[in-house]
Ligand binder design. Sequence first.
Ligand code: ZN
Ligand code: ZN
Length: 118
Amino acid sequence: MQEHEKSCSLCGYEISSPTCVDCLRKQIIGFIGNRVDLKQDVEENIQIFECFDTHKAECIFCDDAVAVCSFCFYRDVYQVLKQSNLALAEEFARLFQCSGEIQTYLNHYFSSSSSNVA
Ligand SMILES: [Zn+2]
Ligand SMILES: [Zn+2]
């Protein structure tokens, strides 16, 4: 019963570095800075994540409950940014893919929707 309790409510992947929505929001807002139009889009998007209140893990920063993994969160924010500002979305992806894992994850996620050019 305990083995999978740390899995993300959205993707089922193990939550390796649990970070709560509040702490993630601070990161994102810090990144977006003074781009007010984007901030509103992203804030709206973040509210969706606040609906997940399952306690799967504790935030490594503040001990708050975490229900979804950072990848799912970043992925969604990336999508929102991409719609309004592709360059910024690329910058975001570069900054937040610290370990390279997120890029693998994004590739995996997007590979099904994009046509395969060799
Ligand atoms: Zn996830
Ligand atoms: Zn936190």
